[in-house]
Design a protein around this ligand. Sequence first.
Ligand code: ADP
Ligand code: ZN
Length: 729
Amino acid sequence: MARLPVLLPLPLAGAYDYRVPAGMVPPERGSFVVVPLSGRLMIGVVWDGEADPDLSEKRLRDIQSVLDVPPMTESLRRFVDWVAAYTLSPPGAVLRMAMSAPSALEPPAAKAGWRLSPLGARAKRGEAAARLTEGRRRVLDVMEPGEVYPPGEVATEAGVSPGVVRGMADAGLLESALLPPGQAFPAPDPRRPGPALGEAQAEAATALRAAVAARGFGVTLLTGVTGSGKTEVYLEAVAECVAQGRQALVLLPEIALSTQWLERFEARFGVPPALWHSELGSRRRRDTWRAVAEGKVAVLVGARSALFLPYPQLGLIVVDEEHETAFKQEDGVVYSARDMAVVRARLAGAACALVSATPSLETLVNAESGRYAALHLPTRHGGAALPEVVVIDQRVAPPERGRFLSPALVAAVRETLAAGQQAMLFLNRRGYAPLTLCRACGHRLRCPNCTAWLVEHRLQRRLQCHHCGHAEPIPPACPECGAEGSLTPLGPGVERVQEEAAELFPEARRLVMASDTIPGPLAAAEAARSIAAREVDLIIGTQIVAKGWHFPHLTLVGVVDADLGLAGGDLRAAERTVQLLHQVAGRAGRAEAPGRVLLQSWNPDHPVLQALVANDLDAFMATEAEQRRPGHWPPFGRLAALIISAEDEREADRAARDLGLAAPRAEGVEVLGPAPAPLALLRGRHRRRLLLKARREVMVQPLLRAWLARVPLPASVRVQVDVDPVSFL
Ligand code: ADP
Ligand code: ZN
């Protein structure tokens, strides 16, 4: 009797073996099958490798059925195995990410909806003598003849109760009809002409098109100053891929905020792309997953999880803003979508383009060594000049006491507004104040679950922990000494900058852009529209304003605290600060009027600020590289972190100590720690960290695997493995 290994979407050590029952054609590798597991039925995938011939017949269970879905491609199976091995995750946990729309695997249910009847269609045209209430009229207005609508949708769109719809069916105005199976994804037209490209753009586009046309794996780094037109260039490569009949995937770091990007895509190709992100509704998710598997989606734009969709014909992966930390998934399977995009492309024989104005040092080093091809756009599109960047030395001309905007910045905002242009104040900190202190006893309000201060959010009248989501009302008195009215906010957040701006520039129409005021795509689209329509004079925002926006009338960017992010001693603190501030600065002066950027700093000689002023990021990154190379820090060496956590502090300490004592000893390998994590308490768990640092040529996964296997730990202790850590919290 044939046996096959089946991988289940569960955190198990590997695939389980199942029997192909008599009468069943043995399913091919990659087939989605239904199998029993401890008393219930589950969907799994016929995996590669051989079943264990020694497993007794008695213990084998039968494959129940084979689902009518295209089998998972070999390249995706290899990818699942690869990610699992690289991140030390159970393969089933990775498989689960590739099966994230379970209902897509089931046969599409035939569902009924509503359609206009012939009488209804006549009534809509005003040709039938039916007496129509206001509600019925609205229903007719939203329904097109011949279209079938899901039951709830008609009522919602027309703003009537479901009873109105049922009444219309009884009156013969509507009839029941089957909904078409799943939504269609209109095909982008690759022959539609794009914009006339500038010379450097055209050259880069030709090279990228050629990389796609070669139908093989290769990575290209596309760099260029902000506003140089990199997006138009890689859309040419997308067009090439679509023309070949293959699928293109574009990864964006903040898909929910990318409305301007989506509009540009639609302008270029005539239709919107398919989308993939965590907020997609379940129906849309299911339809998208299935359409991708059936090769009916030509271009998909998504967040990092889109890497795990079952493309049968992948031809191109673009990672836009490749330096963004949002591409790192920090929980569950901890992986870098940028790095895994390269792996996915290699296994699928696809081209990969990494795009950024401020590429990561990792990617730069790969381009310099020739592993990646490199394309560069040296100037802004349409001849717009890069903004002038100036540091305001706060030691010389500080803001007034209790204020955060220095006289020089205030004056610049005034000038800009007086000239009828838009200005932006940037502070990468949500809320009103990052810290609340009792003036009487010095007590600071902190999160009960985390090593973190509570952040005041004045608009919501609450204190919040930005790590675990804990929230509480602002207490009327100090919880420590009981003094009333003694709690004082310390330091600024965007809400406080907005308050100061309201006093200083009362006439300016202000818009705060932070994750709590711009929670999703609709709000982002509305913000972009009102800014473009010049209904806003002053934008006050956190890092979400740095992301790819094109605001043609914005000519001044003021960075309230350019030193923020430099503290903390994180390996990449300087690199990240340069990238973020350069991106923010890049919002200014993108059209005819030249832009200006003012950086408020207490430390104006810092190399990060000097690099921004000189607009010489290449030199800065070269210096960064020289600082990291001798110590074998990434990208010249490898890092892997173990984060040990337990509810009981002593248990966490004991586990960390045991792991520390069992640390691998090998040539070119060093283990740092254990040490309390900077977030020593997170969501009620005590955390300790160990950091393994190795020479580049060392394979860290076998070392880590052996290390973890040497130390038995109680079930209450969790160890998270983070290979190539980005966050050191
Ligand atoms: P980047 O991604 O490099 O920051 P974008 O691709 O966003 O730059 O381009 C900046 C602006 O210039 C956008 O508004 C874009 O539509 C416009 N643009 C870029 N290239 C062209 C072109 N060849 N013709 C017309 N407009 C262009
Ligand atoms: Zn917390």
